[in-house]
Every structure is written in C-alpha cells, then in structure tokens.
Design a protein around this ligand. Sequence first.
Ligand code: 3H9
Length: 700
Amino acid sequence: MEPVRLERHGPIAVIVVDHPPVNALSHPVRAGLLGAILEADADRGIAAIVVHGAGKNFIAGADIRELEQTPRAPLLNDVLMRLESCSKPVVAALHGAVLGGGLETALACHYRCATPDARLGLPEVKLGLLPGAGGTQRLPRLIGAKRALEMMVSGEPIGREEALALGLVDRPLPEGDPLAGAMEYARELVAQGAPPRRVREKPLPEPLPDEKFFAEFRRSLPRSARRSAAVDRIVQCVEAARSLAFEEGLALSRQLFEECRASDESAALRHLFFAERSASRSGGGSPREVRSVCVVGAGTMGSGIAAACAMHGLQLALVDREQGALESGMARLRSAVESAAKRGRLDEGGAAAVLERVTTARNLDAARDADLVIEAVYENLALKQEVFRQLDGICRPGTVLATNTSTLDVDAIASATRRPQDVLGMHFFSPAHVMRLLEIVRGRATSPDSLATALAVGKRIGKLGVVVGNCFGFVGNRMLYAYGRENQLMMLEGVPPERIDAVLEEWGMAMGPNAVGDLAGLDVGYRVRRERRDLPDDPRYFRVFDLLAELGRYGRKTGRGVYLYEGEKRERRPDPEVRELIRAEAARLGVAQREVSDAEIVERCIYALINEGARILEEGIASTAADIDVIWCNGYGFPRTRGGPMFHADRLGLTTVLDGIRRFAREQGERYWQPAPLLVRLAAEGKTFGAWRRAADAAD
Ligand code: 3H9
C-alpha cells in the first residue's frame, strides 16, 4: 500500500500519511507527500487541505534508520516549503506523537488543531541532532525564542493544553480520531474565507532576543547540555532566526543539521535509540497476565520496587517478617509516591489511589494470589533459598518467582523450588522507583514465557528490561569489577582518587568511580568481597576501598569515605588523609609510585570494561553488544554520546583497543590484561562487536 494517499471529501482534500508503526517520514513518505500536495493544490475543486496521520500518531519525525545515509530528494525541507506555499488553507490534524519532523510538518501547515492525547515536541537533541526541516526557524517565530529554545534543548514534548496556551495549536478537538474535527475546522475556514497563514512570513515576536539573551541562555544550560554540539548548533540556529531572512536561516539550519547527522555523537545516540527498543523484546515467549505483585522484604530495595509497581497500576502486597521493617518500608513507599504525585508523575487518582492498591503482611501467605513475586530479602543464599522453598508451597502454578539478588546464583535459588522454569532474577538498581535499568536474569531452566512476563512487567512499570545470563555480577556489576579494579590499582600507583574521577567525568562518565563508591557505600562491596571465593590472589585487589571500609569510612552515609562530605551541602571534598593512607598502603604492598597520564586513566578503565564486555558477549551472558551498551548507559552513567562501551570500542576500532590492552600487558603484567579471545578474533578479521552474533543465534 502507498504510504501517502489523497482522499477527496467534497471541497476538502485529506492527505493521509499511513506508514506504520509511527508514520515516520521515510523517503517514500516524503515523495508521496509532495505528490499529494501538488495534486491537491492544483485541483480547482479543492478549497482546503487537511494533513492527517493514520493510526495512533500524527507523525513521529524523520525515519531514524534513514539517517545513516545521505538523504535522498525530495528533502523534507523542500516538501514543507511547498506545503506552506499552498494557495488554500492547510490544516494539521494532530494526535498522538507530533514529534521532530512531524511537528515541523505541522508548523508548515497554516492551521493546527489537536486532540487531548497529542504530544508535541522537537526531540532531535536526544539523537544528537537539531530540527533540520525548519523547526529552528518556524517555532521561534510562532512561540518566541525563549520557549522555542527550551523545547528544542530539552527535547521534551508538551501536551495539548500547553500547546494551545502557546499558540502552537489553534483549536482543541475532542478525544478520538481527529479527522472529523479537522475537516469541520477546514470547512469553517473555507466558509470564513480564511487565507493561508504562513509562519515563515511572521516576524519573531517581541521582545526580540538580543546578544545578551543568547549569552545568558548558554550560561544557564546544565553541564551536559553545554557539552553537546547539537545544543550549541540549536542556539546558533535561533540566533540566525533573529538576524537572518527565513531562507538564509533555513539554509544554515540544514547545513548544521548535516554536520550533526555526520557526528559520532549522533551515531551513538541513534544506536542507543534502537538498542533500547530491541533490548526489551521478549525473544519468543508469551507474557502471562500480571495484575498483582507480591514483594518480599521491605528494605530499601523492596520498598522501592513496591512503589514502582503500585505507581503503575499493579495490585501490590508488601511482606516482611519484622513489623518495624514493614513500617519503615511503607514510610519510604509513601514518600516515593507522594513525591511522584507532587511532580505530576501519577495518573488519575493521585497518591491516594496508588496507596489503596498496597497491602502489607507479615507472612508469606500473602503471595498466594500474586501473579508475580519479587523477593528482595537480605543478600544471603540460605535465606533466599528458604523463602523460595516456602513460596513454592504457597504460590499458584504459573506464578513467576523473581529474586532481586545482585550477586547470588539464580540457579542455586531456583533449585530450592520444584518449578525452576518459573524462577528468574529481576535485578533492580537503587533507588528502584527511579532508576530505569532492570537486568532480567535467565536461569538455566527459566522458560521463555517467564522471561517475557518479567519483560512485560518491567515495561509496564517504566523500566528498561534487558535479559542477561546468570554469572557473578551478571553483566553490569561484573564489568564494573574490571573497571573498578583499574581505578584501585591506579590509586595505589599514586594517582589521587579525585583526579581519576575528574578525568573520567571530563571524558563523560556521569560520576567517577570513587564518587560512585561513596554513594553506594564502601561497606556494601566490602561485604560482598568477603563472601566471594573466586577473587584473584592479589593483595592490591580493591585494597583502597577495603581499607577505607575497615576504617569505618563507608562514604556519604558516614560523612567520609574516599571523600569528605561536610558542611550544609555535604559536597564531596578530597581528603588529604586519604591520600596519606593510600600512600602508606602502597608502600606496605611495595607498589611503585609512577606518573600516569590522563589518557592512561581513561584507557585503563575503559579498555578493562570493554575486554570484560567481550568475554560476557562470547559467553552468552549478554545476547548482543547493544544490550551491554544499554545496561552501561542506563545503569552506570556511561556517556550516551559515546553509545556504550561496545559501540565506543567499535568506533575506536578493535585493533586500537587490542593494541592498548597488549601495551598494558607489557607494562603491567598479563594477570589482568589477557585480551578476550573474541576481541582478538574480531580485530584480526576487521569486524565489530555490533555485527557479531553467536553462531547459534546467527543461524536462527
Ligand atoms: C527528526 O525528525 C529530524 C527532523 O528534524 C528532520 C530532519 C530533516 N524512525 O518507541 P516505540 C519505531 S529526528 C524510525 O517502541 P512507543 C521504533 O523503533 C526524529 N522508527 O513505541 C519501534 O520499532 P520496532 C525525531 C521509529 O509507542 C516502533 O517504531 N523523532 C521512529 O513506545 C515503535 O516505537 C523522534 O525522536 C522513527 N522516528 O513510542 C521520535 N520512531 O517495533 C522517536 C519510532 O521495530 N520515537 N520508531 O522496535 C519515539 O519517541 C517513540 O517511538 C514514539 C512511540 C513516542 C513515537
């Protein structure tokens, strides 16, 4: 079927964009649109034109897959210039997603009407792009430079009511399909003799932004936005809208768009766009229906998970043996729900409706009616096995039993039941009601349906679920150990912890490894390491964190860890005493002090991460390199503009990474610097992690 068709309803022409799933503006759509515009404009029997998107959305923007190639004519800019030039009124019938090139299309129409579900935005910046089809020139002319800049720099869409208030939408339509209302609007316009109204002919509204305005706007940007080349170019384009004629501003924005499109930043963000969507696919299983969830353990994690479930419409039972724990868990849950309500994040009914869905119990019998149980008790294998043994006796057949363990063997936990096919891991990240990442751990016997159920629940509660295999640390924490190891060794070699953090933060990590350690609590990792039997026999291994934990310096919560946290704001401050402690420990262990360059700090941490990622990939713990990228960008603060560790490695070239690892092996010894066999093979073959599939998967 043609992706664009022209329908005639008496004197009203309707151009229908019908290109599932989201009416993206791929080449055939642009060509179809142009053809339909020319035909409708030339037809004397047509008095007005409506542009409509079939399905649930108007148009969700350019086709992101096509952005990999040089664009083919007709370019969207040219199509929209022609649309705007139409000699009869053109009405945009807005509903659902009106995003990116979709909003730019609406801006080139002469009148805009919208149903209440319309979401209007220019999210290009999230893909490292700027609105390249006139959005940077038309939006400021319509709603003013300040609001236009805010929308383009944040990339966040606005709702219909705000769009009406801003003059971005002219007429509200009732709920449902917008087409009838839009045609009605078009007929009225014809009856009134309303002329075509072209945004490009409007001057920028007063007060005109001056140089000072733009300088201040740039200064007010958060650090991450100031580093983004796309943001910088968006501001340049709006400056051009102020000082240049429309056509010149448009030409400049097109040129800057092309620069963005060709940038590494945009390639990385586009990679993540698709990686995040494919990570959450079920891989063949059918999800079971889940209406009620039972969370066992009302500690920090348990109450956070419970809050996430209840806030997203699930019936929730929170269970803890201890009355005190149950009460403090409920207090945390309530405060999470209330703060979400304050920020307008809850649907109808607000906090009261959410809390009504929550019950508490001291006894596991409360799990009897649950469709899914998530266990979040203390991290101890025997305890968890006992909980699962009991659940096995209590729960209905088919209930999915999940453990929130971050370190224990999911198969060992499943073995306590007679239904290992229904057991899996759901590894949430703290705070569980905020962090998006969810590692879903596939045990040896876990069925595809159980996995699909966990993925579906994850999606429902706003999480990004990624299925991973069962091993110590799964994907995220196992790689974190490799990355953290180099941080620890460099501290012993004499690099101050604050310098390592500063260098890695400058490189793009949201937080350096030492600040992260303090935030998570140095005692947490310390306890985990005491339980492990597989650690290298190396007195230097995580010695600095262990030493600080032994001294009761647990991090933020004790006011001192690697850093000091004093004063009202409790901001991190380097502690000279820690430097001394590390120096003395290095001397005791006989670690020579040496100069380490900024480049070495980055390469040792990041190459260690990549090398471990390559092993994880080859072992099948992660299904694809893209899954690893999704995990590290969403759970560990890896810079999205670098696309994740495996994408970054592919961009650097695997030979470069391998050469670096071999150099470190020569300089530091081979103990930690054995290149992963997959890395060696792919580098030799000139291939990438991104394109690699295990033989069994490739044959599917
Ligand atoms: C742009 O417009 C540049 C312009 O300035 C023009 C310059 C010349 N392209 O998210 P979902 C696919 S840049 C291709 O799961 P939802 C998506 O991959 C663009 N494919 O559904 C998925 O496929 P699959 C600016 C796209 O209901 C399926 O559609 N626009 C695109 O949760 C369903 O997606 C944006 O950045 C696309 N543009 O959310 C908007 N969009 O099933 C990006 C979606 O095979 N899109 N797909 O995995 C979104 O924000 C959400 O997808 C949307 C729907 C809200 C529309």
